[in-house]
Ligand binder design. Structure first.
Ligand code: NAD
Length: 484
């Protein structure tokens, strides 16, 4: 393993080589792994394969850095985070381009907004201290509630929004006084390695380290005695492994997992006007959102017209390389996901469900392109209705009775998000209140905010991110009882 003199970094930070960031240093690794551009299917860069020893080094450095970092005043940490946001802003264009190259999402409509939102999020979170609460005060007694930092937080992130989902963890963890080690998805390590590298020029050594490598680094983090908390975003199956592994040392755990979000379009909805929102709610990021619409329930009274209008809208959207400014929908991010989404198409065909748009993959085309596919009224027990497709396929399901639509929506092991659409807002809200999900939107979709808790019910997660609730999960509550 060799340390890299920062002055010998490549002239353009965003071309390779890429380094691990550990203890304030940029480190190469003896092995590397390929990073594929999903729009071409070709390897375009190598990422360092961090070893178990390097991850250990990052955890030790984070533990050492915790002492001084947690002892800083809030305002001092705030200054650091704002300086970090400023530095990221300088590299905004390159970060967004790298994100498109490794993830596939369209540059101007998805990658740039992801980077911008991440930077804004850091500043907003840095401006929200968690105050000491006075729980009781009498002449001779005082009870205070403090929120103290936990120690070293391990962050494990997926490949669908690699920049945003990681920085959603970095900002609240660091501002609360914790230090952090991030392990990005092996499918999209580069943007995380770069923002980790940028952090080394601003933050004290060891406060934020990034170690890329294979999935095996995950269990090392989740089982490590010096990690106080795991903040994990990924699939429900991996979330279960994380929870088991964290039990050994009673770690704090936040899990943001999979979903099977329903949108219920009520009988009185002005369905034509909401088709763009429903379409992008389902197909944005090529359907690879945890809170994407994965089941669309529409009332029988306008089902035919709805499907027609939805398909017409879908046909106007171009699929292709995210660097092409006329492209609205990029490829699926990786071969594993491509094969998984393909298996949904095979299942739909094998079971005679009706495809009204798409369905056939052009296998001669390089890259992982799957055309937008609309399935008309599959049966409720079809795989495409029951499981998370995480790709550009939308099932449009007919219902007759709103009670039945609510029942079918709730009849799921998932409970992440959902949406309800109707002209009578009061009636739509009444339906929204009955959905068993962590978030539900009424006549809008995917509005997010630093003050709005974001998390899943049932097997969609544990704990939450954002809001006071989410920020406090990066702290230990500490009650101080004082006899005056
Ligand atoms: P994944 O579970 O396969 O991987 C997520 C991360 O876990 C990766 O960094 C991976 O390397 C790591 N990992 C793999 N095995 C591990 C182990 N045994 N222990 C610890 N870490 C391990 O998920 P993915 O395919 O990258 O992401 C897609 C999934 O993420 C979807 O199910 C999606 O719904 C979910 N997701 C949820 C949210 C949310 O906020 N709820 C947001 C985005 C994505």
């Amino acid at each position: 393993m060799s340390s890299v003199n920062k002055s010998t970094q490549p002239a353009t930070l965003f071309d390779g080589p890429y380094y691990l960031s550990i203890a304030g240093k940029l480190l190469a690794s003896k092995d590397s792994f390929d990073v594929v551009n999903p729009a071409t299917g070709k390897v375009f860069a190598k990422a360092p394969s961090g070893t178990a020893g390097q991850l250990e080094e990052a955890i030790t450095a984070a533990k050492t850095a915790f002492k001084a970092w947690s002892a800083l005043k809030y305002e001092e940490r705030q200054q650091y985070l704002n300086a970090y946001a400023d530095e990221l802003e300088k590299h905004r264009d390159q970060l967004a381009r790298l994100l498109t190259e490794e993830q596939g999402k369209p540059l101007t409509t998805m990658a740039e907004p992801e980077v911008d939102q991440s930077i804004s999020w850091i500043r907003q979170i840095a401006a929200r201290p968690i105050p000491v609460e006075i729980l009781e005060e009498t002449d001779d007694h005082l009870v205070e509630l403090h929120h103290t930092p936990l120690g070293v937080v391990g962050a494990i992130t997926p490949w669908n929004f690699p920049v945003l989902l990681a920085l959603w963890k970095v900002a609240p963890a660091l501002i609360a006084g914790n230090t952090m080690v991030i392990k990005p998805s092996p499918f999209t390590p580069l943007s995380t390695l770069r923002f980790g590298q940028i952090a080394q020029s601003v933050l004290p050594a060891g406060v934020l380290s990034v170690v890329s490598g294979g999935n095996e680094l995950g269990p090392q983090l989740t089982g490590h005695p010096d990690i106080a908390k795991i903040s994990f975003t990924g699939s429900t199956e991996t979330g279960k492994h994380v929870l088991r592994s964290a039990a050994g040392t009673i770690k704090r755990v936040t899990l943001e997992l999979g979903g099977n979000d329903a949108a219920i379009v009520l009988p009185d909805a002005d369905y034509r006007s909401i088709i763009p929102q429903l379409f992008w709610g389902a197909i944005g990021n090529s359907g690879q959102w945890c809170v994407g619409i994965k089941r669309l329930y529409v009332h029988r009274s306008f089902h035919r017209e709805f499907v027609e209008a939805f398909v017409d809208y879908a046909k106007q959207q171009k699929l292709g390389d995210g660097f092409d400014p006329t492209v609205a929908i990029g490829p699926v991010q990786n071969k594993m996901q491509f094969d998984k989404v393909k298996s949904f198409l095979d299942d739909i065909k094998a079971n005679g469900q009706k495809i009204v748009l798409g369905g056939d993959i052009d296998e001669s085309r390089p890259g992982y392109f799957i055309p937008v596919t609309v399935v008309d009224n599959p049966s409720e027990n079809a795989r495409i209705v029951q499981e998370e497709q995480f790709g550009p396929i939308v099932p449009i399901i007919v219902y007759d009775d709103v009670e039945d639509a609510i029942e079918r929506t709730n009849n799921s092991p998932f409970g992440l998000g959902g949406s309800v659409w109707g002209r009578d807002t009061k009636a739509a809200v009444a339906v929204a209140y009955r959905l068993e999900t962590g978030m539900v939107w009424v006549n809008e979709i995917h509005t997010l905010g630093v003050d709005f808790p974001f998390g899943g019910h049932k097997q969609s997660g544990l704990g939450t991110e954002h809001g006071n609730e989410g920020r406090q999960l990066f702290t230990n509550p500490k009650t101080v009882l004082i006899r005056k």
